[in-house]
Design a protein around this ligand. Structure first.
Ligand SMILES: Nc1ncnc2c1ncn2[C@@H]1O[C@H](COP(=O)(O)OP(=O)(O)OP(=O)(O)O)[C@@H](O)[C@H]1O
Length: 250
């Protein structure tokens, strides 16, 4: 199974250092890992650094699987200017880095992914005429069709309604389990992190604050120190842990 490990990783834009010296234990495939932290903490920058879209200090280790395209980054901004249909855009994504010849099984795979995300009805709509949530689902399809070993999803549910948020996170959770890929998801909704992610990586103040099992990491102390809120971790009526925020600290 694939594993990702960061060793003394840093990133900067010009002279502006965003974070430094991020070292993690193995982030293993088969599970979801939430990347959390306040606005501008560097979650997207960390993803870009892991995906080698940004140079920086340290080493990103990927072990376990041989893949031509092991890491895929799904950006937060899924704006679409191209004059393409949904189907064409997903096909184009699947062909990135390979030849242009299209095999039948590749078309079947696109059909399967559109069906799994319940967007088959959008296949021949122009990207430019989709809603924000529909575009986000298409961006997820574009990422999945590349079959990465490590998938970095930057706030993939931010434009989705509640039902779709849950559907997508459940789907990603099952996909990681079934295929053994490692999925890292930048999230602001800590209840989603608690419910769907086995591990959490917390980025703040230009460093990795902590990484580990979700229930050990998301505590009232962390919420106070990192998010500056007074909050509790309670159990809902279904027996699941959830964050209840009482107040923002001045
Ligand atoms: N292309 C860029 N050039 C210069 N600075 C940048 C660039 N992209 C991001 N930054 C800066 O890097 C810092 C981290 O930004 P980043 O987008 O990684 O944070 P984030 O944790 O993903 O934030 P959010 O939760 O608000 O999406 C911010 O101060 C931001 O202004």
């Amino acid at each position: 199974m694939v594993a990702l490990r960061l060793e003394a990783v840093g990133a900067q834009y010009g002279r502006h250092r965003i974070f430094s010296d991020i070292t993690t234990s193995d982030i293993s495939g088969g599970a979801l890992t939430a990347v959390i932290g306040p606005n501008a903490a560097g979650k997207s920058t960390l993803f870009k650094r892991i995906a080698s879209l940004l140079k920086g200090d340290g080493v990103v280790h990927v072990s376990g699987e041989e893949s031509l395209r092991p890491i895929c980054y799904m950006p937060q901004d899924t704006g679409a200017n191209a004059v393409l249909t949904v189907y064409e855009s997903v096909l184009l994504a699947s062909k990135q880095g390979s030849g242009w010849k299209v095999a039948d099984n590749e078309l079947l795979e696109i059909d399967r992914i559109l069906k799994a995300l319940k967007i088959t009805d959008l296949a021949f709509r122009d990207l430019g005429e989709l809603s924000g949530g529909q575009r986000q689902l298409v961006a997820i399809a574009q990422a999945l069709v590349r079959k990465p070993e490590i998938l970095l999803m930057d706030e993939p549910t931010s434009a989705l309604d509640l039902f779709r948020q849950i559907e997508v996170l459940q789907f990603m959770h099952s996909l990681a389990r079934e295929t053994g890929i490692a999925v890292l998801i930048a999230l602001h909704d800590l209840n989603h992190a608690m419910r769907y992610c086995e591990h959490v990586l917390v980025v703040a103040d230009g460093r990795l604050v902590v990484n580990g099992p979700t229930l050990e990491v998301i505590t009232p102390a962390l919420l106070r120190d990192v998010y500056r809120v007074e909050a509790r971790v309670e159990t809902c009526t279904h027996g699941r842990p959830m964050v209840v925020v009482d107040a923002a600290l001045g």
